[in-house]
Design a protein around this ligand. Sequence first.
Ligand SMILES: O=C(O)CCC(=O)c1ccccc1C(=O)O
Ligand SMILES: [Mg+2]
Length: 368
Amino acid sequence: MKMSEITIRQLKMKLKAPFTTSFGTFEERDFLVLEAKDESGLIGWGESVAFHSPWYNEETLQTNWHMLEDFLIPLILNKEIHHPDEVSQLFEPIRKNNMAKSTIEGAIWDIYAQQTGQSLAAALGGKKDKIEVGISIGIQNSIEELVVLVDGYVKEGYKRMKIKIKPGWDVEVMRTLREIFPDVAFMADANSAYRLEDAETLKQLDAFQLTMIEQPLASDDIIDHASLQKLIETPICLDESIHSLEDARKAVELGSTKIINIKIGRVGGLTEAKKIHDYCEAHDIPVWCGGMLESGIGRAHNVALTTLSNFILPGDTAGSNRYWEKDIIEPEIVVKGGYIEVPQQVGIGYEINRETVNSLTVAQKTYQ
Ligand SMILES: O=C(O)CCC(=O)c1ccccc1C(=O)O
Ligand SMILES: [Mg+2]
C-alpha cells in the first residue's frame, strides 16, 4: 500500500441529549475524520476520538489536526507500507499524541483489510460474529431521572450499565440502583474524580456487587490505584492511565488494575490495542472496549476490535442511536438484545454516507 492522498474533515454533530461526566458536560461532538486513498484507489476511514477541549486527556481536535498535518501525514504519504503494524513504527519518533496517530492508523487498517479481501475484524484476528454491549450513562440531575434511563436501557437489552460517578453522586446512587435493579450488571466510572484519601467512600461501593470501578484516581496514576485495590473488593479497571502495552504491563504487575478498558485512540491505534489485548489474555486480565462518543466510523473500528477473544466483558459501543439522530455510516450500528452483529463485508464493513458527512463538515483539507 502507498497512500497517495489524505483528507481531514472536521465534523460537528449535535448530541441527542447532554452527556455529563465528572470532568464536564458534552452538548455537541466536534471530531475529525480522516479519509486515506492508496495508489490503487482503495479508500480507508479513520476517526480521531480527541475532544474539542483537553478534558479527558491532553489532546484536542486542534492538536490532532496539527500533529497530522505537520508530522504524521508527511511520515505516511507515498511510503510503501506492507502491513498496518508498520505505521506505529513509522510514528515512533513522535512522542505521545496517540489519538492523532490512531486516526491515520485506523484508515490504513481499513485499506489493508480491503486489499486482503477480509473484514477489519478478520484482519485483526477476531472470530466473533456478534459482540455483547453495555452502555455508559452520564451524571443526571436526580436519581429519579437516572432510574428512568436505566430502566429504558435494561428494556433495550444492554448487557451492563456503566454509571458515571463523582463525589456526592456515588454511594446513594448505586445503593438506589441496586435496590431497584437487583440483577442488573452495574459498574461505575469516576473519570479520576477521587483521591486515595477517599478510600472509605469507595469502599462503601463494595456492598453493591459492581463488576468494576473504572479509573477512580488520578488520570496519570498507577501507584495509588494499587494501594486502593488492597483496600476495596470491587475490581479496579484502568482507562485514562493506560496508553501502551508497557503501561498495561506495569499496572498489572503492580496490582493497580484487574481489568483494562482498551480505547483504540488512547493507546495510539489498533496495533497497540491488539498487543495490550494479547498481553492481558496471557495474564488472565479481562478487557473490554471503551467508547468516546464516536461517530459510526469510530464505532465500526470498536466493533471490529471487540471480536478478539479476550474482550470478555461488554463494551461501551452502544448503537448509533445512543447519541445521534442520524449517523454518518450505512447501515447504522444497531443493538438487538444487547448484541451488535459484526459486519462480514471487507474493511470496516459499513458505507460512509458522503452526503451526511458533507452536511456536517465545518472544515476540510486534502494532502498529497
Ligand atoms: O458512550 C461512550 O462512547 C462512552 C462514554 C464514556 O464513558 C466516556 C465518554 C467521554 C469521555 C470518557 C468516557 C469514559 O469512558 O471514561
Ligand atoms: Mg472511562
